[in-house]
Design a binder for this molecule. Structure first.
Ligand SMILES: C[S@@+](CC[C@H](N)C(=O)[O-])C[C@H]1O[C@@H](n2cnc3c(N)ncnc32)[C@H](O)[C@@H]1O
Length: 298
């Protein structure tokens, strides 16, 4: 039975030619459903029109690629970002704050929070740092909680880390070690409508806001900044940027990294604890509540 709508094959062919990604390797019905809703979203009247757009317009091509790979994640994605965390950001935060509250917002299948947890296990295993990992996609969170991954998600994991922090389940499936899982807590959370946790020392929100309109993006960045303690860090995706970050009390301190300024706009001078436990807050999400900071880790 050929249920493919007109122009679909052309779109798949053009997409493959320009990106190397073979959409025919994806479940066809799901892909057609997803791309049909994409047509509406970008106001394209047919697959053929979309195909001709992506044939000549790089931005349209990138947009479609991002849409198709919306849940895509892997361990140590963009390894240079994890090197910055390992070498600079985490050591600075340990020194200033001791025990850390970290939030991986839009964590997808869990590769990002588990990669962070591996860094914590290597750098400071005895301190009870905590990682809150949230996503709007319940199915992705189920995968995350199971903690079992195909080899293709582990391309950036060194053989040493693979031996130490994973056990082989089947031929090409690996299970994350319990000591890596234990400091990560998964939670359904919609960045566009749920209340944000507070008192975070480090937030990773990478490759999540790319589909949001500018207004929503700005609102998310404002709330992420509010969720940080003064002196805390926000890392965003490697294709993203925050326009005029000082509007949110943030200062760009590296590639795709921002730091929340202390009152008066000064950073890196005062080494006093920027966060007082008495400013702990509570937030509710999905009928559950968290103590956001200070008194107990979430
Ligand atoms: C491309 S993945 C990024 C995963 C990970 N941060 C990384 O960079 O590897 C984007 C994730 O954002 C999630 N997402 C999209 N809209 C969201 C929202 N409104 N609130 C929370 N998460 C959202 C998606 O479900 C998806 O899992």
């Amino acid at each position: 039975m050929d249920a493919r709508p007109e122009g679909f094959d052309l779109l798949v062919a053009v997409f493959k030619k320009r990106t190397g990604i073979d959409l025919s390797a994806y479940k066809e019905r799901q892909m057609i459903r997803r791309l049909t809703s994409y047509l509406r979203r970008v106001d394209a009247p047919s697959f053929a029109v979309l195909a001709s757009r992506i044939a000549r317009d790089d931005a349209a091509l990138q947009h479609l690629k991002d849409y198709i790979t919306i849940n895509v994640s892997e361990f140590f994605r963009n390894p240079d970002r994890y090197e910055a965390l390992e070498r600079e950001i985490l050591p600075a935060l340990f020194q200033e704050f001791g025990t850390l509250r970290i939030w991986s917002a839009g964590c997808s299948i869990g590769a990002e929070p588990y990669s962070l947890s591996i860094l914590l296990e290597e750098l400071d295993p005895k301190t009870p740092h905590r990682i809150l990992a949230t996503d709007v996609d319940v199915k992705a969170l189920e995968v995350a909680k199971a903690g079992i991954y195909n080899e293709d998600k582990l391309k950036e994991v060194s053989s040493q880390r693979l031996r130490r922090f994973f056990t082989r389940e089947e031929a090409d499936k690996w299970r994350v070690a319990p000591e890596i899982k234990r400091r990560v807590r998964f939670q359904v959370h919609d960045l566009l409508k749920d209340p944000y946790p507070v008192g975070q020392h480090l937030i990773l929100c990478r490759n999540v806001v790319i589909y949001f309109v500018d207004e929503a993006k700005e609102e998310v960045f404002r709330k992420l900044a509010e969720a940080l303690v003064e002196g805390g860090y926000l890392m965003i995706g490697s294709t993203e940027s925050i326009f005029r970050p000082e509007r949110y009390g943030l200062q760009a301190v590296g590639s795709f990294v921002y730091r929340k300024m202390k009152k008066g706009g000064v950073l890196g001078v005062a080494r006093d604890r920027a966060f007082s436990p008495s400013s702990a807050g509570r937030f509710e999400a999905g009928g559950r509540s968290f103590v956001g900071a200070g008194r107990e880790a979430f």
